[in-house]
Write a new protein. Structure first.
Length: 82
């Protein structure tokens, strides 16, 4: 299962023309976050944290995201035990 999922996600990412754009946006976000942490920028950290909280309130799936994550981890654990 894990091998098939890897192949599927690889194909989705490599064939999707928009994925590189999304990846660039993610890189910018991570670089900005790194600078905030390196500079111990409390104000910048608070702004990013607040944006994350606001986004999570608007995301209908966020409420169940921990549940989904732990269910996924259980599946992976069972697969690795085989």
């Amino acid at each position: 299962i894990i091998q098939r999922e890897m192949e599927m996600f690889g194909e989705i990412q490599m064939e999707n023309q928009q994925f590189l754009t999304i990846l660039e946006m993610f890189e910018k976000l991570i670089n900005n976050y790194r600078k905030i942490i390196e500079n111990k920028d409390i104000k910048g950290f608070s702004e990013i944290f607040s944006q994350g909280l606001d986004y999570s309130k608007e995301d209908n799936h966020f409420e169940n995201s921990y549940k989904y994550f732990y269910e996924f981890m259980k599946v992976l654990k069972k697969e690795n035990e085989k």
